[in-house]
Each structure stands twice: as structure tokens, then as C-alpha cells.
Design a protein around this ligand. Structure first.
Ligand code: HEC
Ligand code: HEC
Length: 335
């Protein structure tokens, strides 16, 4: 960390003596990264999708278990379809703490028992214990917020961190840090994307007569392979596909590996393979929507944790196109 801070200080100093001339074309948080289609009338993000009351037991191929909708989305004991896929969950991950005020939901509800997470929250696999602990502290101190306040699940996350005990944080951080990263999403360059509906901060593919494609434009559309596996079943083995603009991977690669003479190459701190370096987080193979949100949040002073200053000189010289290209390329890498 010491060496990193030295590098960062040098970069901050350089930025101070020759002010950044980067054009900051800023139309607000990129809607695609937050799972909205409009600034005005998009519905607020539901913390957890509310399934219709349903007592029919659901099943998933490959799992011997069956759960009702209420069990699948329970905040204190969400379905664990494949216990064999992950280490034994500590109580805080499997059940949260219902007795606290506000109640802490089971981490496994949103981040899934295997930690792979979903685009509207975060993938917690392949991160270090130190990094996870620091993020929980940053949420707790109010230094991690989201730039589009309609995204209410980030506020929920911060609320959990505020009431969690040190021991609960350590237990959860140890658990997730013990799970190595694995492929969870596929990235394809495309001029079109499937038609989707934004729901709960995620774009769900339309079905039946509504299904079809639309121009992608200058967006990334990250969508589950199956809306049913995502929304109804919360299937922790059914991943995501991200449609990214044609040419974005090559542009992203140049930026990430060289910095395009605007910023320090991302590989300097995040590792040559972008799988993390010491406590600096892994970026390879993670959700492009999540990555772009973090870059924008850091650029706009909504993520100002203890270690965020290392990113300040980087994000202050980049624009939304750089964020999109970097996120597309990073997501496409083998985690
Ligand atoms: C209601 C859903 C929800 C639950 C339950 C939840 N989280 Fe989160 N978590 C989020 C969201 C949303 C984010 C931030 C996404 C954003 O703002 O882009 C997040 C982010 C994080 C991050 C930051 C990851 C990174 O790479 O910086 C950590 C660490 C984390 N959560 C840990 C936990 C732990 C531990 C628990 C259980 C006590 C938990 N979360 C429970 C929704 C949830
Ligand atoms: C000087 C070192 C340094 C450089 C260069 C750097 N990063 Fe970072 N990055 C960090 C640190 C440290 C963090 C953790 C910040 C925090 O805890 O708030 C981070 C966090 C991030 C995150 C959030 C990850 C998460 O899990 O939430 C993203 C995304 C990111 N960096 C992208 C990039 C990109 C893209 C580049 C290159 C354009 C880059 N970084 C260059 C040090 C660096």
C-alpha cells in the first residue's frame, strides 16, 4: 500500500501543477449502469423484487432442493440451492440479523450464497479480506453512497454496515474472501441488444410477443440469460450476458493497459492481469454496470473511502466514454 500511496501522491501532484484538460461531458449518472431508462419517471428501485405470493415449490435442474417464492426471496433465510458450491455460510451471511434496527438482511440474498452477486449489487468473490473490511467501514462512515439516489439498495447496504458489529464484518469478510472468482458473465460486442424491461436496477429480457432486439447505441446492456432464473428462482448458477458497443473492447484495452497518456495504467495498481494486487481490488470479469457505477461515484465524490484518493487522479481525467470502454474490456476478461 505504501508504494501505491507514493505513486498516487506523485500523480496527484502532477495533476495539480498541470490542471486536467479532460472534457467532462457529464449528463448525469449513465442510466444503463444504474438500470434505468429515464431520468424522470423511472420507478424507484425495489430493494428486492416482490414476487407474487406463491406456495408452489420451485425447482432448479441439478438441485435436489425445492423452495417457494417466499423462501427464495426471504431476507432472513434465502434459498441456498447449491450448498455444495460454496463453503458453509456463517450465520450473518445465511441469515443476517433480524433483531437489529434496521435489520441486517442475509448477505446471501443479494450477493448470492456463492458471492457472485448480480449487476445491481456487487460480486464479492476474488476480493481480499482487507479490501472487503475497508469497504464495509466506508459504507458505515457514510463515505460510500450512490450517485443516483433512486438506487435504494445501496442505501440499504450502507444501513447494514452501520449496525453490523466488528465481529460480524470480520466473519462475513473472511467468508467472501475465501471464495475464488469464477466466470459469471459473457461479453459480446454488438450493434443491437435484446429488448429489455428495467426492474429493480436490472434490465430483464422481454418475453413472448414483446421480445426482439433494439439498437444498442452508446450503452452497455447487461442482462440475465433468463429472466425467470434471475427474478423468480434467484438461480446462483445462471449468469449474465453484457452487450457492449462494437470497438469498445479494443479502446478499453488500450486505456486499461497504457492509460492513453491521460492516466496511470490501471494495471499499475490493479495488477498486470487485473485480478487485484494486494488489497487493490480485482476488476477482471466483474459486472460492467457495477464497475461503471463505481467510477462515476468516485468521480462525483460519492465514494470517498480511505483508499479512494488513489483513484481520484484517474477518474478526474476520464469521461463517460472512457468509463464505458474500460468497464466493457474489464468485464470481458477471464476473472
Ligand atoms: C439488499 C441487498 C444487499 C444485501 C442484503 C447486502 N448487500 Fe452488499 N451491496 C449491495 C449493493 C447495492 C452494493 C453496492 C452497489 C453499488 O452501489 O453500485 C453492495 C456492495 C457491497 C460491497 C462492496 C464490494 C466492492 O467490490 O467494493 C461489499 C463488501 C458488500 N456489499 C458486503 C456485504 C455484506 C458482508 C453483506 C451482509 C451483511 C451484504 N453486503 C448484504 C446490496 C446488498
Ligand atoms: C494509483 C493506483 C490506482 C490506479 C492507477 C487505478 N486504480 Fe482503481 N482502485 C485503486 C484503489 C486503491 C481502489 C480501491 C478504492 C476504494 O477503496 O475506495 C480502486 C478501486 C477501483 C474500482 C472499484 C472496484 C470495486 O470493487 O468497487 C474500479 C472500478 C477501478 N478502481 C477502476 C480503475 C480503472 C479503470 C483504472 C485505470 C483507468 C484504475 N482503477 C486505476 C487504485 C488504483
Amino acid at each position: 500500500m505504501k508504494q501505491l500511496f507514493a505513486t498516487a501522491l506523485a500523480v496527484v501532484f502532477a495533476a495539480w501543477i498541470c490542471p486536467a484538460n479532460a472534457a467532462q461531458t457529464d449528463d448525469g449518472p449513465p442510466l444503463w449502469a444504474w438500470g434505468f431508462t429515464s431520468r424522470e419517471d423511472a420507478p424507484p428501485v425495489a430493494a428486492t423484487p416482490a414476487p407474487a405470493p406463491d406456495t408452489t415449490p420451485h425447482q432448479i435442474p441439478g438441485s435436489k432442493l425445492s423452495f417457494t417464492s417466499a423462501q427464495i426471496s426471504s431476507r432472513s433465510a434465502p434459498a441456498d440451492w447449491f450448498p455444495e458450491d460454496h463453503p458453509a455460510m456463517p450465520d450473518i451471511v445465511a441469515h443476517g440479523r433480524e433483531s437489529s434496527d434496521p435489520p441486517v438482511y442475509a448477505c446471501g440474498l443479494c450477493h448470492l450464497p456463492n458471492g457472485r452477486g448480480r449487476p445491481e449489487n456487487a460480486n464479492l468473490t476474488g476480493l481480499t479480506y482487507e479490501y472487503i473490511m475497508q469497504q464495509l467501514m466506508d459504507f458505515k462512515s457514510g463515505n460510500r453512497q450512490t450517485s443516483d439516489k433512486r438506487k435504494t439498495n445501496t442505501a440499504l447496504m450502507a444501513g447494514f454496515a452501520k449496525v453490523m458489529t466488528r465481529e460480524e464484518m470480520e466473519t462475513a469478510a473472511k467468508y467472501f474472501a475465501s471464495i475464488p472468482a469464477s466466470p459469471w458473465l459473457k461479453v459480446v460486442e454488438s450493434k443491437t441488444a435484446p429488448k429489455t424491461n428495467p426492474r429493480g436496477g436490472v434490465f430483464l429480457p422481454m418475453a413472448g410477443a414483446q421480445a426482439g432486439t433494439e439498437p444498442l447505441g452508446n450503452r452497455i446492456i447487461e442482462t440475465p440469460y433468463s429472466a425467470e432464473d434471475f427474478e423468480v428462482l434467484r438461480n446462483p448458477r445462471s449468469g449474465f450476458i453484457a452487450y457492449v458497443p462494437v470497438g469498445s473492447l479494443k479502446k478499453g484495452e488500450a486505456l486499461v493497459k497504457t492509460g492513453n497518456s491521460k492516466v496511470t495504467a490501471c494495471t499499475t495498481c490493479h495488477g498486470m492481469d487485473l485480478r487485484g494486487l494486494g488489497p487493490v481490488p480485482r476488476l477482471a470479469g466483474r459486472s460492467p454496470s457495477y464497475l461503471a457505477r463505481q467510477l462515476y461515484d468516485m468521480q462525483h465524490g460519492n465514494r470517498t473511502g480511505l483508499w479512494s484518493p488513489l483513484m481520484t487522479p484517474v477518474v478526474s481525467k476520464l469521461n463517460s466514454d472512457d468509463f464505458l470502454n474500460a468497464a466493457a474490456y474489464l468485464a470481458s476478461l477471464e476473472p
